[in-house]
Ligand binder design. Sequence first.
Ligand SMILES: *Cc1c(COP(=O)(O)O)cnc(C)c1O
Length: 538
Amino acid sequence: MKKVAYFCMEYGIDKDLRLYAGGLGILAGDIMKAACDQELPVVGIGILWRQGYTRQMLGEEGRPYNSYPLNDDIYNHLQDTGVEVKVNIRERDVICRVWKLDREGIVPLYLLDTNLEENGFDSWITGQLYGWFEEERLAQEIVLGIGGVRALEKLDIEVDVYHFNEGHAALAGLELIKKKMNRGLDFEEAWRETRKQIVFTTHTPVKQGNEEHGLEAMRYMGANNRLTLEQMVAIGGAPFNMTVAGLRLSRMANGVAQLHRETALKMWEDVEGRSPIIGITNGVHRGTWVDQRMINAYRQKEGLWETHKKLKQELIDFVENRSGVRLDFDKLIIGFARRMVPYKRSTLIFGDFKKIDKYLEKGEIQLIFSGRSHPLDDEGKKIIADLVQYSKRYPESVVFLEDYNMEIGRYLTRGVDVWLNNPRRPLEASGTSGMKAAMNGVLNLSTLDGWWDEACEHGINGWQFGGGYEGKNQDEKDLEALYQVLFDDVLPLYYKNREKWVEMMYNSIDSTYQRFSAHKMIEEYYNRLYCQQEEKDE
Ligand SMILES: *Cc1c(COP(=O)(O)O)cnc(C)c1O
């Protein structure tokens, strides 16, 4: 079995370990859990975020504000490995202490931490996940990538495969190259040998979401790890693109759904010397995200509706607790929880008041929203403020839950009736929350983007709308299609044909429970990424 070191900036293990922002971290956490269940030789490398990602509460006028409470309680959950490694940042030595998160149900996760008195101001490098600006991000990536490789070495952990989840970890490749050069290999040889050790998962299909850095800034920060300008350009281009670097440093890469693979191939087709990109669709850790009562009912083919009623009631109580709003148990509840960015079109369903108003007035459609925006993203905050305005307009049927986290995600993806997702195709890479919903018998209503493009059997295990259309007036067309499916298919079925609804719930679980599990995903990682076999991407 190949021994794998998995590198990721964030890990969503549980809600109280505030080491994650969103989907990328949840994926990493689910992989740590699935690898443990299957007793695979995987370890995780990450950062001990002293403040985590933003806590984002609603302020005046529904504008969210950010706060960063210290996460220091986390030290109670960690084991000091006694190992410290040094990295050089801005020509200063920065010490990283290595902690181990040792808990049942996950493989060993090593977290690097600069929060030491000797580090002075640099102790804050591992402060805020995705916080601050370029220099700090580079500093964090030096800690994760270069520090991570050194930590593994000093911990005496043997590694066959370095798996970079996203470009954040790309600097680890520079360290692996440098190590070989120190042993006497020339740059080209060292790079070639290093590629054999690295695999890479690419994520965001939004070009600007793929981080780039000026080479001057990188040199100043020490992120070039003493490689020359020419060598840096050969790896990441100018400016240095972390995804391009990931693709050129690896022998094999994957997109996180089949459609995403095609999008990624188009995006990066001009990158010379990149690795082949295959498609390995994400999965979710069932022990974390699927309610056992629902799975029992599914296995017995009995009691699905009764179980769903319990889960829906639990959600309604949870929502009342959080927001003061008591939703109507007998009416349809639609859930929508996502990172608040424009392409996810969180307010799409409100697009035409003439059509949607009466359903919300009567409460025949109830909506629960949740989601955080990046702390510095005003556009994202505006989306939240807009959703809060809608919840004021329909106080009994629209709710916004502040500070989205794994707990809210858990309640929503098992307790609502329908899971809505309407990204502007093809910009959603995968979308794992829909998988959680599907496995809990919550029916997906989604554009054909990310995983749903391969999973949807319209009218059988959920619904699609928009037909995969990409092009002019996409928003208008998708809105019209959403209303059509919602009013003509979803509502009549929910209110008038419970039997068929429950049959769809069954199909939803049946078509996703194995196929989109983290166990299946990691098996594919082993078979198609970690082993050395050749695959091409055309
Ligand atoms: C599952 C989950 C995500 C990822 O879901 P997407 O469908 O990619 O948006 C993000 N945040 C939380 C809290 C989750 O539980």
